[in-house]
Design a protein around this ligand. Structure first.
Ligand code: DQA
Length: 151
């Protein structure tokens, strides 16, 4: 069975391409989602992508990924720094969760050094722009045994 990777993006990431391009680049969210699907396919996985600005919806999407996906790539965006609800959902996910960020939050404003996810995620990739997602998907696919006899 081909493993399913869920990609979840949090608030303001739907504005990629228009949002502070000097920081976040010019790739739109739709283009990023298409790239993620191609990277997942190349790594022997299926991939679904969702974005929401709403904290409660993000929690619900993490629950749905826990029940229906083999692994999760999560950019919780600002909720990384503020949301106990997102942290609790990740802690209870029961599937590998890779935290991704386009930028390196630890190298930015002080408030971004608060990270409520870092000790409940499986791994973290930050600071490579959209390539953070490629690296997260590739690492997660290997972890899931994608393309091997066990998958
Ligand atoms: C971000 C970093 C967060 O600090 C910020 O709130 C975001 C984007 C990133 O991908 O670099 O919205 O998660």
């Amino acid at each position: 069975m081909t493993p399913l990777i869920q990609i979840l993006d949090g608030p303001n990431l739907g504005r990629l391409g228009k949002r502070e391009p000097a920081l976040y680049g010019t790739t739109t969210w739709d283009e990023l989602a298409a790239a993620c699907r191609a990277w997942a396919q190349a790594a022997g996985c299926r991939c679904e992508c969702r974005q929401t600005d709403a904290e409660g919806e993000l929690v619900g999407l993490i629950h749905a990924a826990s029940d229906g996906a083999d692994g999760l790539v999560l950019n919780a965006a600002a909720y990384t720094h503020t949301s106990v609800a997102v942290r609790d959902a990740v802690a209870a996910a029961g599937i590998p969760v890779v935290e991704v960020h386009l930028t390196n939050p630890a190298a930015r404003e002080d408030f971004r050094r608060t990270n409520l996810l870092e000790d409940v995620v499986t791994a973290r990739v930050a600071g490579f722009g959209t390539d953070s997602y490629r690296l997260a998907i590739t690492g997660l696919a290997a972890r899931l045994g994608a393309g091997s006899d066990e998958s």
